[in-house]
Design a protein around this ligand. Structure first.
Ligand code: DGY
Length: 324
C-alpha cells in the first residue's frame, strides 16, 4: 500500500472487531445514517474511495462505480449473497468483488430450522395466544401442528447452507430430498442420507421445502404458481435465501387458498417492504432477514470482510473473490 492510506467507505456500522482491523490498514469512514443510504447519498459518499464495504441492501451498480471514480478497486460485501452488486460491470472495470462465505453457514441453517419448527408447531401463533390472555387451559385440539420428526425435507440448493440444513435433519430421522444445479458427491449424499431428485419430484413429495439457492436470473421466481400447486396441501415453504426466488403474490394465493399449509420467510421480494397480504395471514411466520444474525457470526463476518478489503487494497487476491 502507498504511504497515503487507501480510503474505504463502510455503508453501515458493523461490529468493532472488523472496523478496528480495517482502521489499522486503511482510512475508514463509516456511514452514520440509520439504515440503507439513499442512492444519491451513497454516490456522494463513495467519491474517490479505493474500497467500499457494502451491505446486502445496497445496490452497487454502474451509477455507484461511476460516482466512486477510477480509484475504486474493491467492493467487499458483508454477506454471502452478492446479487446486490453488478459483478459483471465490476469485472469489466477491473473492480474486485468479495463476499463472506462459510462463517455464516451454520447460523443460517439454524435459522432455517428455527423457522421450520416455528411454522410447523405454530410457535408464533401460540405466543400471541398466550399474550392475548386466551389460554384458558389445556384442550385436545388447541393449536395443532405438523410433526417434523420422520417427515420429508426437500432442500433446493445444496451448497454449504443447504447441506448444513440437511445435516440437522438426520437428528429428526427425516427423509431428505435435494435438488441442485449439480449433483453432489456420492459420499456427501451418503453422509447426509440425501437423495438427488428433480424439482418436480421434490415439490410433490416433500413435507417441508427449504430454499438455499443464490438469486440469479435462473432462480428468479423459481417458486411460482405452478411449483406451489405441485406441493402437498400439508406442506410448508421455508425461505432464508432471497425473496425474489419466490413469487410472493403466488405465495399469498397459495397460503390463502390452502394449496400449502404454511410458510416461513426470512426474506422478501422488495425488502424491507413486506407484501401487506402476508401480514394478515396466521399460517406464515415472518422474520426481518436475520439468517446470519448471531453475535458470533456477525463478528466473524466483520473480520472476514475487513481481511478481504485489506488484501485487495494491498494488490493481493482477496480470499473471497467472486469475480469470474
Ligand atoms: C447473506 O449473507 O447473504 C445472508 O442473507 C445474511 O443473512
Amino acid at each position: 500500500m502507498s504511504k497515503n492510506k487507501p480510503k474505504v467507505f463502510v455503508t453501515m456500522k458493523i461490529p468493532e472487531e472488523g472496523l478496528k482491523l480495517l482502521a489499522e490498514h486503511v482510512e475508514v469512514e463509516v456511514s452514520e445514517y440509520d439504515g440503507v443510504l439513499p442512492k444519491k447519498v451513497l454516490c456522494e459518499k463513495v467519491k474517490g474511495v479505493d474500497g467500499i464495504l457494502s451491505m446486502l441492501a445496497d445496490t452497487i451498480d454502474k451509477e455507484v462505480f461511476d460516482a466512486a471514480g477510477p480509484n475504486l478497486k474493491i467492493v467487499a460485501n458483508y454477506a454471502v449473497g452478492y446479487n446486490n452488486i453488478d459483478v459483471e460491470e465490476a469485472t469489466k472495470r477491473g473492480i474486485m468483488v468479495t463476499n463472506t462465505p462459510g462463517v455464516l453457514t451454520e447460523t443460517t441453517a439454524d435459522l432455517a430450522w428455527a423457522l421450520l419448527m416455528a411454522v410447523a408447531r405454530r410457535i408464533v401463533e401460540a405466543d400471541r395466544f398466550v399474550r392475548e390472555g386466551k389460554f384458558k387451559g389445556w384442550r385436545p385440539t388447541l393449536l395443532l401442528g405438523t410433526d417434523v420428526y420422520g417427515s420429508t425435507l426437500g432442500v433446493i440448493g445444496f451448497g454449504r447452507i443447504g447441506q448444513a440444513v440437511a445435516r440437522r435433519a438426520l437428528g429428526f430421522n427425516m427423509r431428505v430430498l435435494y435438488y441442485s444445479r449439480k449433483r453432489v458427491d456420492e459420499e456427501i449424499e451418503k453422509r447426509l442420507n440425501a437423495t438427488y431428485v428433480d424439482l418436480e419430484t421434490l415439490l410433490k413429495e416433500s413435507d417441508f421445502v427449504t430454499l438455499h439457492v443464490p438469486l440469479t436470473k435462473e432462480t428468479y421466481h423459481l417458486i411460482d404458481e405452478p411449483q406451489l400447486r405441485m406441493m402437498k396441501k400439508e406442506a410448508y415453504l421455508i425461505n432464508t435465501a432471497r425473496g425474489p426466488v419466490v413469487n410472493e403474490k403466488a405465495l399469498v394465493k397459495a397460503l390463502k387458498e390452502g394449496w400449502i399449509r404454511g410458510a416461513a420467510l426470512d426474506v422478501f421480494e422488495n425488502e424491507p417492504e413486506v407484501e401487506p397480504e402476508l401480514l394478515k395471514l396466521d399460517n406464515v411466520v415472518l422474520a426481518p432477514h436475520i439468517g446470519s444474525a448471531s453475535y458470533a457470526t456477525r463478528i466473524k463476518m466483520s473480520i472476514m470482510v475487513a481481511e478481504n478489503l485489506i488484501k485487495g487494497l494491498k494488490g493481493e487476491v482477496p480470499p473471497n473473490l467472486v469475480n469470474p
